[in-house]
Design a protein around this ligand. Structure first.
Ligand code: ADP
Ligand code: MG
Ligand code: MG
Ligand code: MG
Length: 632
């Protein structure tokens, strides 16, 4: 998301009335954009990462770690450089949902040279240091998926008090002060999602059943000021959360690539889709919620529930009212349809969309697959509308389209070119939990980008029925899914369907290890394929070395030789001297964990069980000219 639109947000009642207006013009804007840009050709590979960080404040005397609600101040400073020299900065900084979060991206996207893999980590390091310079004593910046005691008493600086009966979130646990206040978008989303749903969001995460967890595990929510409504939806043996910030307050890692044309973008969108659950399992880094150890390793479904604005009718709990339709998923979810011609026969989830919108798209020359994709995005209401955004020129603006697009938070995003820009058709890969170190984040990002090159060069086909990918997303979030689960995966990725073979014969269940490293006689393995691709390329020695370290990390995570962050965090808790086998993360346990997190990411402590022996790469800030020339 670029810089945010100015203006005053409209109330939910006004926004709701204008939702059809936004949809109507959003579709026209998409049609106009498509007509202008469908034939755009020859864009080169460009790509960039997004890393989200949180600001944490330690009190080393009291042994506490709290989130510091200072991102607005820090961002104002970080943005000064960009405002002064928008093209020259090495990093760009944007707000995120949490008042303790910031998002950093490289100043400019990377290009197609392999040597770019060697600058990613150095840029991430630069960003971290740049933000660190603006901190106050005791504060640190960490790239960490979820603050373990988010929503526990006494966990913010400055102190904040929840307001269960008023405000945007009306949470029993979290004050609205944890929501970023520098732009009205975030609080407006929280308010409108709650109002559209007709009640607060409800997130129930299974608790980790350690020996001293009460049976059943059930909190008395009246003690937090509940009038009974929360107690009604809180499930036994689950950690209950009731606000958007519990999900959108999590940090993640995203990568966006530019494709050479719309066709290639659609292919990449599809081909990377089956990788989403695999990368979710490998990046799992968030087993703790609201001060309790959970039985889940990733943030994914927590965010899904945290922005689930569907009414009870749409969720299938009550009869449908007015013009409602049943909707299977939250607006934050895994994608439900493929976009490329090859993907068509694997689209086995019935998509809901408005027939009229779909036909309008078809009538304007948009093919069935793209039309159903866009029409499906447009089943959602607009949940944040600024007064200044209302009337637009549909020939040149795309704000209404982007409004709906950017509040469909899915595992993959198909991004059309912005109007009048040099930017082409892009695809975004969005499932991963964020990792603690720049080394790990760079490894994941480079792995995905490199894999996308291998897919295109070797013309690979990873497609399986989309319902199977969805099932994999659920499996990926289970505790220790990397070692304990199997995933549906295509058996023969080197060829398309064989004559007479049914789709259901094309896939089988494999472990993450088998998918990444291969299984004799059954599956080649993604990394062996990536290595044969690299061997056919002219790679300079430093880049080669860096990429090999990244691939080794992924290989060892996949094989279980190295732990996922989630597994390591579980061990941090269960081995802590204060831990009472009750799944409770006390202030002290939280403090000690976050101290370790900070020491590890700063390189003060090593952590061989997470990283192995090689944690440094040959990363540099700039590609040496000789290498760039040689590669060209
Ligand atoms: P959003 O939050 O909507 O996903 P951001 O602007 O935060 O978008 O991040 C977009 C990412 O895309 C950044 O990593 C940026 O470096 C990268 N990027 C920018 N321009 C291009 C481009 N032309 N092609 C591919 N990626 C790009
Ligand atoms: Mg962004
Ligand atoms: Mg973000
Ligand atoms: Mg993004």
């Amino acid at each position: 998301m670029g810089l945010l639109t100015d203006g005053q947000p409209l109330s939910w009642d006004e926004t709701k009335k204008l939702s059809n207006h936004v949809r109507k013009h959003g579709i026209i804007q998409f049609i106009n954009l498509y007509k202008k840009l469908r034939d755009r050709q020859g864009d080169v590979l460009k790509w960039g990462d997004e890393v989200e960080y949180m600001i944490v404040k330690f009190d080393d005397e009291k042994k506490t770690a709290k989130i510091s609600l200072r991102s607005r101040e820090v961002l104002e400073k970080l943005n000064e450089k960009e405002l002064a020299d928008p093209k020259g900065v090495k990093s760009l900084w944007r707000p995120e949902f949490g008042a303790y979060m910031i998002e950093g991206t490289p100043g400019r996207p990377y290009g197609g040279l392999l040597a770019h893999f060697n600058v990613v980590e150095a840029n991430m390091r630069y960003r971290r240091q740049e933000a660190m310079e603006l901190l106050k004593p005791g504060e640190v910046i960490i790239s960490f998926t979820n603050f373990p005691r988010l929503g526990c008493p006494d966990s913010t600086v400055p102190a904040s008090i929840p307001t269960p009966n008023r405000g945007y979130q009306q949470s029993l646990f979290l004050a609205d002060d944890v929501v970023y206040s520098g732009h009205p978008r975030f609080k407006t989303l929280a308010t409108n999602i709650r109002q559209r749903r007709g009640e607060k969001v409800a997130i129930n995460v299974p608790i980790y059943r350690d020996v001293n967890v009460p049976k059943p595990f059930k909190e008395n929510l009246a003690e937090f000021g509940d009038d009974g409504k929360s107690q009604n939806v809180a499930k036994d043996d689950h950690i209950y959360m009731d606000a958007m910030a519990f999900g959108m307050g999590c940090c993640c890692l995203q990568v966006t690539f530019q494709a050479s044309n719309i066709r290639e973008a659609r292919t990449l969108y599809d081909q990377l889709t089956p990788l989403c659950p695999i990368m979710l399992a490998l990046s799992a880094a968030s087993p703790i919620y609201r001060g309790y150890l959970s039985d889940t390793d990733c943030r994914w479904s927590i965010i899904g529930h945290s922005v689930d604005c569907r009414t009870p009718g749409e969720r299938g709990l009550e009869p449908l009212k007015d013009n409602e339709i049943r909707i299977r998923t939250s607006r934050y979810s895994a994608i439900e349809s493929y976009l490329s011609e090859n993907g068509d026969k694997y689209n086995d989830i019935p998509l809901v969309y408005d027939e009229e919108v779909y036909n309008q798209l078809l009538d304007n020359g948009i093919d069935r697959l793209l039309a159903q994709h866009v029409a499906h995005l447009f089943i959602r209401d607009c949940v944040c509308l600024m007064s200044t955004q209302l009337n637009q020129n549909d020939e040149t603006d795309t704000d209404h389209f982007e409004n709906i697009q950017s509040t469909n938070w899915q595992s993959m995003r198909f991004k059309p070119p912005p109007p009048n820009s040099p930017i082409g058709w892009r695809v975004e890969f969005r499932p991963c939990d964020i990792q603690m170190t720049d080394f790990e984040n760079a490894a994941i990002v480079c792995f995905i980008v490199l894999l996308s090159r291998v897919i295109l060069s070797y013309n690979l086909n990873l497609l399986i029925p989309i319902s199977k990918v969805e099932e994999n997303m659920t499996r990926a979030q289970k505790r220790d899914a990397v070692n304990g689960e199997k995933f549906w995966f295509r058996k023969d990725i080197a060829s398309d369907s064989k004559q007479g073979e049914s789709v259901d014969d094309e896939y089988c269940e494999l472990t993450v290890n088998e998918i990444i490293n291969g299984k004799d006689g059954l599956f080649v393995g993604l990394i062996p394929l990536m290595n044969s691709y690299l061997n056919s390329m002219n790679v300079d020695a430093d880049t080669h070395c860096t990429v090999q370290r990244y691939l080794k990390l992924i290989q060892k995570r996949a094989s279980g030789e190295l732990m996922t962050t989630a597994k390591w965090l579980r061990k941090q808790v269960t081995n802590h001297p204060d831990y009472k086998q009750d799944s409770i993360i006390t202030q002290r346990i939280n403090y000690d964990i976050l101290k370790n997190v900070n020491d590890i990411q700063m390189g003060i402590k090593s952590c061989p069980e997470l990283h192995g022996c090689c944690t440094t790469s040959k990363t540099t800030e700039k590609i040496p000219t000789a290498i760039a020339n040689a590669e060209k």
